[in-house]
Design a protein around this ligand. Sequence first.
Ligand code: KIV
Length: 272
Amino acid sequence: MSVAKKEYKRVTVKSLVDMKKNGEKISMLTAYDYTMAKIVDGAGTDVILVGDSASNVMAGHETTLPITLDQMIYHASSVIRAIERALVVVDIPFGSYQSDPKEALRSAIRIMKESGGHAVKMEGGSEIKESIKRILNAGIPVMGHLGLTPQSIYKFGTYTVRAKEEEEADKLKSDALMLERIGCFAIVLEKIPAKLAQEVAESVSIPVIGIGAGAGVDGQVLVTHDMLGMTHEFNPRFLRRYMNLYEDMTEAFTQYGKDVKSGDFPSDKEQY
Ligand code: KIV
């Protein structure tokens, strides 16, 4: 169904809830630096996620676990300087909210104060309920994240689809209801069956944004470097590549190297 788009000069957590009410799908992409954020924001993307996927994409780590709170704040503050319209959500990284609610609040406050981000995202359900409540009580909007939660990769053992079994699906459904009840403004569902994701989206009034969670949710998120085809070794079924920048950039760099070595660059016009 195509829906007339209301203009949002600035996207807020309230705009996202309105979008869900009006049946307008929410677009969300990652960004970790100023230049990319400027393009993503200028294209009208509703939400920019400063994801802890920066650990993989920007720093080359195998998992999201090594990235630190200071590094997330650095990435988020670069993004914030670029944006005019999008809501900027910042992941609280592994190790800075799991031990207790006070630590979680301190980390969330640092993100909001030092980066200027608009909201935080946290992975997990009932296990981190008290931490989420503490952060919400301080007036900081929280986006939940259920399903495949990459910060727990060593518990899962693999990056395969989550919640295929009834027990895990039931927990996910009750976690989603709990996140809505305590006041989260949205939930990311990662890599779960489409039918389950749709059921969750229909059971809550807050927006549910999917990655590998099918079309029956209220919005979609992708890692920008993946959808641009800058990364080329990661090929999950849910990923649609809009460009093949890995090849285009390789071609450009190769040509540049040739031009420098042959003396073709710089030409007469390209010097003073
Ligand atoms: O860190 C990230 O990029 C994420 C998305 C995959 C949702 O959490």
